[in-house]
Design a protein around this ligand. Structure first.
Ligand SMILES: [Zn+2]
Length: 332
């Protein structure tokens, strides 16, 4: 973790005009939660993209991807340069700092998922599942109130400092943030709102058409597949994974942020959370391609005035996005 903190400081030092570090919370063990704000200075009002990594401690590919993403943004290509004039990127490399550090302790802690807060009185176990702790249908679905469970949602909605930090930072910028991306592993999936089977986001069709049991061959899936041949699936959690409440993505969508995705990075279960080191680079490259595809769509919809109506352009870009139906019992 020290390495990641030093790396963030180094990036700021090398790119003072484009990158700033923002501390926006403290973990239970009193460590600082920081993000990098990346974007060119602009006279006009900007929009923003949110990305957080490392909400679940054991999903080590996630913080690695956030670092990869940041390195790509400030190196830039012409399209990224244009987008950085119109949008800032808020990227948190590690949200659950306490849990992440704990997962690095030894083999016995490697698969730790939650943060490190004490359970309620009378319970010996530590930790809350931060992706069950947000204020959206809190404590109703895909959770357990046994505090030893890996999906323990906490004592109440937003009881955890780490969830509170996102709630405050993003909640104060809902007019600015166009897109909320939260990065997990594993399963090779892109999840859209909502995690609750009875709630459907109003623009769901723009993100995905619900066709189960078919290969995802939309532009988004193809953009990821063309990098290293890996097939990703897109859909809501109840459709392609499992139902659950209290996730950051669902919360963000409920705040009115029009696009919200959970990325479940590599792999498909061969190595699971313990993805070999030599897959970090290819996994990051394909995920970057997917993220860039989404971000470009979001940017162009907001900033490029179409010759036809925005709706037509969106429909052209996002038609027939299909999801493969996958059953899974692994909690990611
Ligand atoms: Zn996860």
């Amino acid at each position: 973790m020290g390495e990641i903190t030093n790396w963030m400081d180094q990036i700021v030092k090398e790119n003072p005009n484009v990158v700033t570090k923002v501390d926006y919370g403290k973990t239970y063990e009193n460590r600082t939660i920081s993000l990098l704000k990346i974007g060119s200075k602009s006279a006009s009002a900007k929009k923003a993209i949110w990305m957080d990594c490392g909400i679940h401690a054991r999903e080590w590919i996630s913080p690695a991807f956030c670092q990869y993403f940041i390195n790509q943004t400030y190196k830039t290509d012409p399209k990224m340069e244009q987008m950085m004039k119109n949008m800032d990127f808020y990227v948190t490399p590690v949200l659950n700092v306490d849990g992440y550090i704990y997962s690095w302790t030894d083999n016995s802690t490697r698969l730790w998922r939650k943060n490190r807060t004490p359970g309620p009185e009378g319970c010996e176990c530590l930790g809350t599942d931060l992706n069950r702790n947000f204020d959206i249908n809190w404590g109703t679905l895909g959770i357990s109130f046994n505090c030893c469970s890996i999906v323990y949602p906490g004592k109440s909605a937003v009881s955890e400092a780490e969830a509170q930090a996102i709630t405050d930072f993003v909640g104060n910028r809902t007019d600015e943030i166009l897109c909320f991306l939260t990065i997990h592993s594993y399963g090779q999936m892109l999840l859209i709102p909502y995690g609750h089977p009875n709630v459907i986001a109003p623009n769901e069709n723009e993100l995905v058409h619900k066709h189960k049991k078919t290969t995802c061959n939309t532009d988004l899936c193809l953009a990821m597949k063309k990098v290293h041949g890996k097939q990703y699936t897109v859909g809501t959690s109840p459709d392609i994974l499992y139902s659950f409440s209290g996730s950051s993505k669902d919360w963000a969508r409920l705040q009115g942020i029009p696009f919200a995705f959970t990325f479940e990075l590599r792999d498909d279960g061969t190595y699971g959370f313990e993805l070999p080191e030599d897959q970090i680079q290819p996994a990051s490259e394909e995920a970057y391609s997917g993220a860039l595809h989404i971000i470009t769509h979001v940017h162009d919809k907001e900033f490029i005035k179409p010759t036809s109506t925005a709706a037509t352009v969106a429909a052209m870009l996002w038609t027939t996005m299909m999801a493969v139906f996958v059953t899974s019992t692994v909690i990611v």
